[in-house]
Design a binder for this molecule. Structure first.
Ligand SMILES: C[S@@+](CC[C@H](N)C(=O)[O-])C[C@H]1O[C@@H](n2cnc3c(N)ncnc32)[C@H](O)[C@@H]1O
Length: 217
């Protein structure tokens, strides 16, 4: 990820700020922390060991996390990227041509596939209406195998600050998102704060509920 890529990302954020939701791509520290759990259980295992993994990346942007994960793929692994923004998809198609990664230009809400072992998400959930946030989490659950986990990040403090610094409908929206996040706490496996990012961010690793259909968000 070079400075020119950063500028491209910045320009897309100016055009589509609600869906891009960040001024600059994730830093190397944040990207590495997002990527680390995905192949952790394979660390030290030889090529033939372990089952192939089905991996879904949502909201890849210009691919700072993808570029760490795709080189680690082994034969039999699946790597699907679902990204809404056409400019980013074009960049990803060129950047990852000749790799096993498959780029799908669409919203995650419309993505239908067999369940995955790992989901890694860069979606800017704090920008979305609260019912869309709940829908996105339900979509993740639908796309996860029972023992799968998902990795995501949020910007530190921003939601809590918005919950007190906003009024009316916006305050309701942010508070409802905080309630949704609270409901997800039992699924949490790990939480790591990264200060080497603008703004600082929290990475969360979460499992899938045992009974997704009855899980209340
Ligand atoms: C905050 S950026 C993260 C980009 C990248 N993962 C990074 O860390 O730099 C969010 C990305 O999510 C994408 N996005 C937003 N809504 C989406 C949706 N409904 N389905 C798929 N991608 C979406 C945006 O186009 C954008 O590329």
């Amino acid at each position: 990820m070079n400075f020119r890529d950063g500028l491209k990302f910045f320009q897309e954020n100016l055009r589509q700020s609600n869906s891009v939701g960040a001024v600059w791509p994730s830093s190397p520290a944040l990207s590495a922390t997002m990527a680390e759990p995905i192949f952790r259980e394979r660390a030290g295992a030889s090529e033939g060991e372990g089952k192939p993994l089905r991996i879904l990346e949502v909201g890849a942007g210009l691919g700072p996390v993808s570029e760490l994960l795709i080189p680690q793929l082994r034969p039999g692994d699946t790597y699907d990227i679902v990204e809404l923004n056409p400019t980013f998809c074009e960049h990803l198609r060129v950047r990852f041509a000749g790799t096993p990664a498959r780029i799908h230009e669409m919203s995650i809400l419309d993505w239908q596939e067999e369940p995955y072992d790992r989901v890694v998400s860069g979606l800017p959930l704090a920008n979305f209406p609260a019912d869309v946030v709940a829908q996105i989490y339900r979509t993740f659950f639908r796309l996860m195998k029972p023992d799968a986990f998902f990795v995501m990040f949020e910007y530190l403090v921003i939601r809590q600050a918005l919950a007190v610094a906003t009024l009316g409908e916006e305050r309701k929206r942010v508070r409802r998102i905080l309630d949704i996040e609270h409901a997800l706490l039992p699924l949490q496996r790990e939480q790591i704060d990264i200060y080497l990012n603008v703004p600082p961010a929290r990475v969360r690793v979460r499992g899938r509920p045992e009974h997704p259909d009855s899980f209340r968000l």
